[in-house]
Design a protein around this ligand. Structure first.
Ligand code: ADP
Ligand code: MG
Length: 620
């Protein structure tokens, strides 16, 4: 296994190929690479700037544009202009519940545990597709600037991203035609950009403070033998530079005695005010007074006022730092270095407060909105084997996972994960009274298990009969240093357990690995389309099942008209399920859901609502 991983990282690459680092941000995204002088450098594609706003706009034909041009549509066409999609990546409705008001576009709420979908211009998009649009734009800019194809990348994610969010990021990359060599934590990348962790003899504890446009996080990292470990993270995914802008807008509204009712109606004026506020905020990073006019509104603010406006928010971030330290069981004196990340750390007051709290000057020499991408480029260079001083660890050459409904591959251990490693996920049953569950283990990168290598199969027997969605079945993968994979399935309520050992590398040649990787990119588009159709179908079928059983069991709570209308919606969904049209299925699912949601609330049957909300192995 070790040999294959090194071959993959080096041997299979053409010499000229450049592996880039990508910071796929909530507000801004960018690409960096290692230049011929061996230094990391951000890509600035002719005149378009380094930062690409993470905004996607769809026109009436459904064509996407990304970046600054898309940002302009936030004012004129907010319903079809998607921003902050990273917040939704790998998320279910339950995760984002209560935050719909922060999005101007429609997030389709059909089932609380299902992954979020977004409606724009009559079509449904997953956050993966939208992120892929951003990545495609970044890839195109990199190729244009470097005048060479860019096919491989390292992409960064926040340290607190879970498996599902990381997998969604990988999928977005693949859909954009990028082979994602590794997903790296943003604080790790930022540290690498400052050279921290590059010396294998170095042992350090680092605090990385990242205040971006809409999110804040602080991570405490320990570096030992060149290996980064996240000791703790803390933060607020709804706190960032946008809050500073809003504070300024409110200040101007008061100062100018503007009528808030009129403003509420006037989206365009609010947006213009917000943009002006952002300009003011940026100006105040270098000067003491901002004084402009927007129409006949005076947009004036001085630095001191600005600082008093944002102080409560900044204090909140400092409290998070204290909490992160407590969680890591460390005190301030244990921290060897502090790194500043995120555009909002350009605000001097933020910098001061961080310096004061940690009692040391933080690293701020590198542009805070570029530092993550630069570090990702360094990580890419390490993976390419270009740095002889750094040892490459053994990694898994192909992803390992299990089969879920419709023959889909659900990855448990992603490709290029360091060995030894362990990972797990929880599943449930999809049918009432189900007592057995078949677990099929596969290896490969394709979305359909039929295209991957089957490693093993076993049955977890003796699950106590329960309504669908109630059993909790943990599937754990443990890959040891010798490359033996142990797959364990355990039903948590009853303790029923089953286990199997396999050797994933058995009979696997370098050529096979190579071919499987190339195929995964070649067929990415059709794979993802198939996956979405299968997922839409599974969701739809599950809803038909639960809705019918709901009528059966609780029909007495509904009027005759409600029952017949529900039946009509069920029929419409059933008809849609016969056709390979993902959007039609999602639309009908959405309609049935919207119509029946109030009924479920009417019936306080815990088991049924649990079954309706439950995540099942057949759907993921
Ligand atoms: P993200 O990581 O969330 O994608 P960034 O790190 O690019 O975001 O940070 C974007 C935020 O940084 C925005 O709120 C932007 O207004 C803010 N910002 C950019 N430049 C400055 C500046 N000079 N002073 C203060 N804030 C800034
Ligand atoms: Mg960022």
């Amino acid at each position: 296994m070790a040999k294959i991983s090194i071959n993959l990282a080096t041997g299979s690459l053409q010499k000229e190929e450049i592996i880039v680092g990508i910071d796929l941000g909530t507000t801004n995204s960018l690409v960096a690479f290692i230049n011929p002088d061996k230094n990391p450098q951000v890509i600035n594609d002719t005149g378009k700037g380094v930062l690409v706003p993470s905004v996607v706009h769809f026109n009436a034909q459904g064509d996407a544009i990304v970046g600054n041009e898309a940002k302009a549509f936030l004012i004129t066409d907010p319903a079809n202009t998607i921003f902050s999609v990273k917040r939704l990546l790998g998320r279910s409705y339950k995760d984002v519940a209560g935050h719909q008001d922060t999005f101007s576009y429609k997030i389709i709420d059909d089932e609380t545990e299902a992954l979020v979908k977004i409606r724009a211009g009559g079509k449904f998009y997953t956050p993966i597709e939208l992120s892929a649009q951003i990545l495609k734009e970044l890839k195109a800019r990199a190729e244009h600037a470097l005048k060479t194809p860019v096919n491989r990348a390292v992409i960064t994610v926040p340290a607190y991203f879970n498996d599902s969010q990381r997998q969604a990021t990988r999928d977005a990359g693949r859909l954009a035609g990028i082979d994602v060599l590794r997903i790296v934590n943003e604080p790790t990348a930022a540290s690498l950009a400052y050279g921290l962790g590059l010396d294998p003899n170095q042992q350090k504890t680092i605090a990385v403070y990242d205040l971006g446009g809409g999110t804040f996080d602080v991570s405490i990292l320990s570096i030992q033998n060149g290996i980064f470990e996240v000791l703790s993270t803390n933060g607020n995914t709804f706190l960032g530079g946008d809050d500073f802008d809003r504070a300024i807008v409110h200040y101007w509204i008061e100062k100018n005695r503007l009528d808030t009712h009129i403003l509420q109606e006037d989206n365009a004026l609010m947006q213009s005010l917000r943009l002006q506020a952002e300009a003011a905020k940026k100006a105040l990073s270098n000067q003491n007074l901002y004084n402009e006019k927007l129409g006949d509104i005076w947009c004036t603010i001085d630095k001191q006022t600005f600082e008093s406006l944002i102080a409560p928010k900044v204090t909140e971030t400092i409290d998070s730092c204290a909490q992160a330290l407590r969680d890591a069981r460390l005190s301030i004196t244990d921290i060897d270095e502090v790194v500043l990340v995120g555009g909002s750390t350009r605000t001097p007051y933020v910098k001061q407060q961080v310096a004061e709290f940690f009692g040391r000057e933080p690293h701020d020499q590198i542009n805070p909105d570029e530092v993550v991408a630069l570090g990702a480029a360094i990580q890419a260079d390490i993976l390419a084997g270009n740095r002889s001083d750094i040892l490459l660890l053994d990694v898994t050459p192909l992803s390992l996972g299990i089969e879920t409904m419709g023959g889909l591959m659900d990855i448990i251990i992603p490709r290029n994960a360091k060995v030894p490693t362990k990972a797990g996920r929880q599943y449930t049953t999809s049918v009432d009274g189900q007592v057995n569950m078949k677990i099929s283990v596969f290896q490969g990168e394709r979305d359909l298990v039929a295209e991957n290598r089957k490693l093993a199969e076993f049955e977890l027997k003796g699950i106590p009969a329960m309504p669908a969605g109630l059993p909790k079945i943990d599937i754990n993968f443990l890959l040891n240093a010798d490359g033996i994979l142990t797959v364990q399935a355990i039903e948590l309520r009853s303790g029923v357990k089953q286990e199997i050992d396999v050797k994933p590398s058995y009979g696997l040649t370098d050529e096979t690995v190579e071919k499987m990787l190339i195929d995964s990119i070649t067929y990415a588009k059709s794979d993802v389309a198939q996956r979405m159709l299968i997922e839409a179908r599974s969701e739809g079928e599950q809803l038909v099942y639960t809705a019918e059983r709901f009528i059966e069991k609780h029909g007495s709570y509904l009027s005759t008209e409600e029952i017949s209308k529900t039946r009509k919606h069920i029929e419409a969904l059933r008809t849609a399920l016969q056709q390979p049209e993902k959007d039609e299925i999602l639309k009908r699912t959405d309609e049935l859901n919207e119509y029946t949601r109030p009924f479920a609330e009417r019936v306080m049957d815990v088991a049924v609502s649990a079954a309706m909300k439950g995540k099942s192995i057949d759907r993921e």
